[in-house]
Design a protein around this ligand. Structure first.
Ligand code: SF4
Ligand code: SF4
Length: 304
């Protein structure tokens, strides 16, 4: 099983569950959402971010690379990512901080220590720990289960932010330790789901039903992207699904699309499909909120 890598430890987070939380972001995701604003979270392995705008073409990274991944062409550095093994040599040599490795391995006890640092804030605010990604539920589950068990033993609230695309047995393993699942619903139509997200949504919906039947607490998170899913039809389908399957929800977050991740695609030398992706208008978000309220759902929040 692959080593889990953490690409961010977000302190004082107020968007990943109740109260003040520490959120651990794990690298690697089985989905490929076109609007993903954390492209550095998608691949499991450690990667190099190259901040082109800071680079002064000094060439130090060319000399530092044992794999020939950097070349000086006409006085400018260019990079062949296929050759990069994320060794970090160029990061150490770059005085302009134009390079950074994303993803780091921590032992479970090291992560627990990080979590402990802000214990006082969790107690005062009713917060805790959130595990996010990428996707937590496709990581090494021995590791994730041990982390959850140790946090739980300390009395911390644990929320899991998940896309739902993972074997149900992975969820079952950590169920006893988890306070709430922050569960994404992105599209109900299976074909559209495959087009925009790369996989069929059956497993995601089946897991949601199974978690509900197992008594898990569930908060639904719905990213809304104009041109993809911000339609009355999708909200209606979602409401119908939740009602038909008697899913008990603590609340909803309607998350309007934003393109703040665009520069990260440039730093990873990847293309970004932002032409067709748009922010939904506020009045439409308010209308969707009202649709949920009219159908008896509560705690509908626009935003994280
Ligand atoms: S070492 Fe840094 S500043 Fe120099 S060429 Fe490489 S990336 Fe640019
Ligand atoms: S991280 Fe290592 S392999 Fe990748 S470009 Fe830098 S020196 Fe080369």
């Amino acid at each position: 099983m692959k080593k889990p890598y953490v690409f961010n430890i977000q302190k004082y987070s107020i968007h990943d569950g109740p109260g003040i939380r520490t959120t651990f972001f794990f690298k690697g995701c089985p989905l490929s959402c076109q609007w993903c604003h954390n492209p550095e979270s998608q691949r499991h392995e450690v990667e190099l971010m190259y901040y082109h705008e800071r680079c002064v073409d000094c060439g130090a990274c060319v000399k530092a690379c044992p794999n020939g991944a950097n070349l000086l062409v006409d006085g400018h550095v260019s990079m062949n990512r296929v050759l990069c093994k994320a060794c970090g040599n160029c990061v150490d040599e770059c005085t302009m901080n134009a390079r950074e490795l994303v993803g780091k391995y921590y032992t479970v006890d090291e992560l627990v220590k990080e979590a402990e640092k802000d214990q006082m804030f969790y107690e005062e605010s009713g917060g805790g720990i959130t595990l996010s990604g990428g996707e937590v539920m496709v990581q090494n589950m021995d590791y994730i289960e041990e982390f959850c068990r140790k946090l739980h033993r300390k009395g911390y609230s644990i929320d899991i932010d998940t896309c739902g695309f993972a074997p149900y047995e992975n969820f079952a393993r950590i169920l006893p330790y988890v306070d709430t699942f922050l569960y994404d619903i992105k599209l109900m139509d299976p074909e559209k789901h495959k087009t925009y997200i790369g996989v069929n949504n059956r497993l995601i919906l089946d897991n949601l039903i199974a978690l509900n039947q197992a008594g898990a607490k569930i908060n639904i998170r719905i990213p809304l992207v104009r041109g993809v899913n911000s339609s009355e039809e999708f909200i209606r389908q979602t409401i119908d699904f939740l009602r038909e399957n008697q899913i008990r929800t603590l609340g909803f977050n309607l998350l309007p699309y934003h393109n703040t991740g665009k520069s990260k695609y440039e730093n990873l030398d990847r293309s970004y499909a932002d032409e067709q992706l748009k922010v939904p208008p506020q009045e439409q978000l308010e209308h969707f909120k009202q649709m949920f309220l009219d159908n008896g759902f509560q705690n509908i929040k626009i935003g994280g």
